[in-house]
Design a protein around this ligand. Structure first.
Ligand code: SF4
Length: 495
């Protein structure tokens, strides 16, 4: 069969983020300063969603031909596969209709979180909604093909190592670029684990599953090796919702990455207390150059209200300082626009962001994703159900103390006031533009590395070492359940 993977990059959609709901990019309001920030965003070309690369590999393995199409509906497909994001849903519906009209007898398969969380969005279209992980098609292709039902539940992949490696060959991988993480391109996506066991009630990652599955480090690194050889990838973004949950696997993987014939750059998303400083160093030695973390808001009450475990203020600052000293970029997510937010509370987020001072601060507007607990709680306070606006940079709620316009203005102000500062430039220039290091920029920060890595005091035998002023560190075998966390990452990641 001939299978068409239909896609779009319109509206700056990056479909891999927000658990698969996708995000847009910052539009750059607020005059020239805003446009400069926007320009930084626009230079990226995000890789195609990882699940499309898996599907491409799976369909080829099953003996089918695969065609990738952006914004066109080619004729002659037997099956047209869609992976809609929220913001492009209207475009995808249009393309589905066209495929059905122009290719009588063809099938339309809709995959991804949108199909899972809001199946009614496809009412009136003769399509099959694949509920569950589309990689299950490796085993369930025939079942789905012969199914008469509108929704087919395929479940999830039990053993991720049984999947073929993603096939990027159809997606122009040489153009992939994520500039906020890397300075070597092209960039590939890779995943060592799926799922999360935390309960942040606004998070789209836990709509489908609230557990974690891992791949073997050997398999992950072999995929990286082939990614370098076959597609020329020089950098890799790990798409694990929480990297580093299993410390033994992380250490093993770092060892194996260190043995690759080419030095790569890679980035991860994690929580501040999940990575020991020495693990961080080990990862940095083999290519870790960027970490995405969620700080969200300095208000503990707000965090608790939305079921997110707060992390102590000094831990956040120390973590960012250590990364800075090591030469690792930090991409920190901050959230503004909770229903009860005031001008003061939003400016407090900005003030705190300036104090923590990560390399990149991404101010996300709180977005109620369908299927989350948060969505159900605030349903009556949603002002806008137009999903094209759900790009994490547009206010869509009714606010108790602010208008939408005020939230939008404060959002633009956060971005501009954060980046157009002497302290940001002084402390982060060597990270934002690494070539400046050749001229000695950032030398002072990086000289602090050893001091920051040194434990504050010698721990008694068997005691948990407490470097960085008491940063809580996980021990081998310990998992996240025992530790508080911070993490906001790519559900709103578009720094
Ligand atoms: S925000 Fe991060 S830690 Fe919280 S539930 Fe989502 S993936 Fe897990």
């Amino acid at each position: 069969m001939h299978i068409v993977l239909w896609d779009t990059r319109q509206l700056d959609a990056a479909k891999d983020f927000a658990g698969g709901f996708g995000v847009g990019q910052y539009q750059g309001r607020g005059g020239i300063a805003g446009r400069i920030i926007r320009w930084g965003y626009k230079r990226d070309r995000r890789p195609t969603a990882l699940n499309f690369a898996y599907m491409s590999a799976i369909f080829k393995k099953l003996g089918h031909t695969v065609e990738y199409s952006e914004d066109r509906v080619p004729r002659g497909g037997d099956i047209y596969v869609f992976n809609p994001s929220l913001i492009t849903l209207h475009l995808e519906r249009c393309a589905m209709r066209r495929a059905l009209n122009e290719n009588p007898g063809c099938k339309i398969w809709v995959t991804g979180l949108v199909a899972y969380a809001i199946p009614e969005a496809f009412d009136g279209l003769h399509v099959t909604l694949i509920k569950g992980e589309p990689e299950q098609l490796l085993w369930k292709f025939d079942d789905v093909h012969s199914a008469q039902e509108r929704i087919v539940d395929v479940g999830r992949v039990d053993d991720l190592d049984k999947l073929p490696f993603p096939d990027w060959s159809s997606f122009e991988p040489h153009r992939f670029r994520i500039g906020y993480d890397f300075w070597k391109f092209p960039t590939g996506l890779v995943q060592q684990s799926r799922g999360c066991t935390f309960k942040c009630n606004y998070c789209p990652y836990i709509i489908v599953e609230n557990t974690t599955r891992f791949r073997e480090p050997e398999s992950v690194v072999e995929e990286i090796r082939l990614g370098i050889r076959n597609y020329g990838f020089q950098s890799f973004k790990f798409r694990d919702p929480l990297f580093g949950l299993d410390r033994k696997r992380v250490i093993k993987m770092a060892e194996l990455i260190g043995k690759l014939p080419h030095k790569i750059q890679f980035s991860i998303e994690s929580r501040i207390d999940l990575l020991r400083p020495e693990t961080l160093k080990m990862l940095h030695d083999v290519g870790l150059v960027s970490i995405t973390v969620g700080i969200e808001t300095p208000s503990e009450d707000t965090l608790k209200q939305y079921k997110r475990a707060p992390v102590r203020d000094d831990r956040q600052r120390e973590f960012v300082a250590l990364c800075r000293a090591m030469g690792i970029r930090t991409v920190a997510g901050f959230m503004i626009g909770f229903p009860e937010d005031t001008e003061r509370s939003i400016l407090d987020v900005l003030k705190y962001a300036k104090q923590v001072n990560p390399t990149w601060a991404n101010f996300n507007v709180v977005t109620p994703y369908p299927g989350t607990e948060f969505f159900n709680i605030v349903k009556d306070q949603i002002a806008n159900f137009d999903f094209t606006q759900y790009n994490v940079y547009t206010p869509v709620l009714k606010y108790q103390h602010l208008t939408s316009k005020q939230v939008q203005d404060l959002h633009a102000r956060c971005f501009i006031k954060y980046y157009f500062r002497g302290r940001w430039l002084k402390t982060n220039a060597h990270l934002a533009w690494p070539w400046l290091r050749a001229f000695g920029v950032g030398r002072t920060w990086m000289a602090q590395k050893e001091a920051l890595l040194k434990p504050a005091e010698s721990p008694a035998h068997g005691a948990v070492p407490k470097p960085l002023g008491g940063l809580r560190i996980l021990q081998p075998g310990e998992t996240q359940a025992a530790a508080c966390h911070t993490h906001g990452h790519d559900k709103n990641d578009a720094a």
